[in-house]
Ligand binder design. Structure first.
Ligand SMILES: Nc1nc2c(c(=O)[nH]1)N(C=O)[C@@H](CNc1ccc(C(=O)N[C@@H](CCC(=O)O)C(=O)O)cc1)CN2
Ligand SMILES: Nc1ncnc2c1ncn2[C@@H]1O[C@H](COP(=O)(O)OP(=O)(O)OP(=O)(O)O)[C@@H](O)[C@H]1O
Length: 188
């Protein structure tokens, strides 16, 4: 879809303009806000991605989860089926680089979990509306996963990623909550 790819390009430009210092500062603020959130506090098994700048940094969030005794699960894409499996990450040396700059769990070194076990899913995205609709990187992986996902969902974003409107398609599903460097809010 042309409109979505134009939006992606525009947002990538805005994100690239964030300095390293601001990237670190905002990511820290977002992480601190997340740790105070009831969705974080009440979840034992949390699904999250391995961030690739300029995405909000998730490494510090994963370390915090481990320190709090939580279980972190991360996606392994299955491109043929356009599906994702979530696998338990216990250490960063269980990761490998598969495509682009994305890191994924090494299948032989990690265990798969059933989606029904994931209590909180932190959903990546390039841009979000206040009502929780998101523009992803374009694989449709999360849209498909969310169709049958029953747990809680939230997204982490820099304030510039919150936009007034996005091109929407029937398969797009909103997340329940957004946390930015300026605040957090439920989307519905
Ligand atoms: N850090 C991070 N990890 C993540 C995501 C993300 O947004 N951020 N994902 C969020 O979903 C998934 C990976 N998403 C992907 C999306 C597209 C393609 C891809 O192969 N794109 C090709 C071809 C597209 C096609 O054939 O349809 C391309 O763009 O050239 C790969 C992974 C899981 N891991
Ligand atoms: N639930 C679904 N069922 C079937 N096809 C889907 C579904 N969700 C998305 N797709 C297809 O996947 C492709 C990518 O969708 P879209 O551009 O909305 O991805 P995205 O939301 O940016 O990516 P992601 O969900 O991985 O973050 C499109 O061709 C879309 O039609």
């Amino acid at each position: 879809m042309i409109e979505k790819s134009a939006c992606r390009k525009e947002m990538k430009g805005k994100l690239q303009a964030i300095s390293k210092a601001h990237y670190e500062h905002y990511s820290y603020q977002i992480a601190q806000r997340l740790y105070e959130d009831s969705l974080w506090k009440s979840a034992q098994i949390i699904g999250i991605t391995i961030s690739n700048p300029p995405e909000v940094d998730t490494y510090q969030i994963i370390r915090q989860a481990w320190n709090e005794g939580k279980t972190i699960v991360i996606p392994k894409c299955l491109p043929k089926e356009k599906r994702m499996d979530f696998r338990i990450l216990e250490r960063f040396d269980q990761l490998e680089s598969v495509y682009f700059n994305l890191l994924e769990p090494i299948t032989e070194k990690t265990k798969r979990v059933n989606p029904s076990e994931i209590e909180l899913l932190i959903v990546p995205g390039l841009a979000f509306t206040k009502d929780g609709y998101r523009l992803g990187v374009g694989g449709g992986y999360y849209d498909r996963f969310l169709e049958s996902f029953k747990g809680k969902t939230l997204s982490l974003a820099f304030q510039v990623q919150i936009v007034n409107d996005l091109p929407k398609e029937p398969h797009d599903l909103p997340v329940e909550k957004l946390i930015t460097n300026e605040g957090s809010f439920f989307t519905s």
